[in-house]
Design a binder for this molecule. Sequence first.
Ligand code: UDP
Ligand code: MG
Length: 320
Amino acid sequence: MTPILYIVIPCYNEQAVLPVTAPLFLEKIKSLAAAGKISEESRVLFVNDGSRDDTWKIIKGLSKEDPHYLGISQSRNRGHQNAVLAGLMEARDRCDITISIDCDGQDDINAMDEMVDAYLDGYDVVYGVRSSRETDSFFKRFTAQSFYKLLSAMGAEVVYNHADYRLMSARVLKEFANFKEVNLYLRGLVPLVGFRSTTVSYSRAERIAGESHYPLKKMLGLAIDGITSLSVKPLQMITGFGIFVAVISFLGCLWALITAICGKAVPGWASMTCIVCFVSGVQLVCLGIIGEYIGKIYLETKERPRYIISERTENWGAKD
Ligand code: UDP
Ligand code: MG
């Protein structure tokens, strides 16, 4: 039996691109179905992430035009990661495979052919990996690469140059549903689920229209989330650094005592000031890092829902 594919697409204020890219996704599904690789039951599933523009209206319109388009709407904007999760979780009981992709046309949809082939060859997870970053600005390229290096230095397992363009089988999603954390960093979590995986490379284009929703502030937020939700290394580093500073301080004290005993003590204003400044700075940074983790624990203990669907397109129906 040919597998049912759901393409999961998060959309936030995408009225400018959606009418352009939606037909491309549909065509892809139809061509894959015509090639006999996937079932006719396959769908394009849009997740409206609380858009303030006409995105949801467009999605509803599309679903009336062609039954292959489905849509769900989050009750408010929850961010890209939660939107993807909502789509995957809603799709998993209705299909055999999902492919998550952004709706702005930056990721080459032709890579889906290879992804589906890999699935048919027995892979459960297929990561889309960017072969080049030429279309990104120097700044984005530099920050992204430093981030991957930082993550792997922190011991988190991530696939280099992979964003959220990936194929996951329903089998993987079933296990993934047991990862209950609310601090979501999908690309770091998926490798933890395991199963046979491979990569497919593609070149990333420029956004077709509209603007990126990932300004520096959000990118930094995602980076911090990525590190703190995957690794406790920063905490261990604090301990290591604390021991180092303590040893140096001990030596400094010895030196100060000996100087005083020898009667050579001079008013040590400069050294005192330096030490106080340095140590208090270090302490604040350490407190900040610890605080970051405590904040995460706080959010996890609340066990709030990770997504809330407020509306579905009329053709959603009950699958069975
Ligand atoms: N997105 C979302 N919720 C948000 C921000 C973004 O669902 O709060 C979606 C957006 O519509 C797009 C994808 O996530 O499909 C990636 O966003 P964007 O293209 O702005 O990020 P970039 O490609 O610049 O990293
Ligand atoms: Mg984009």
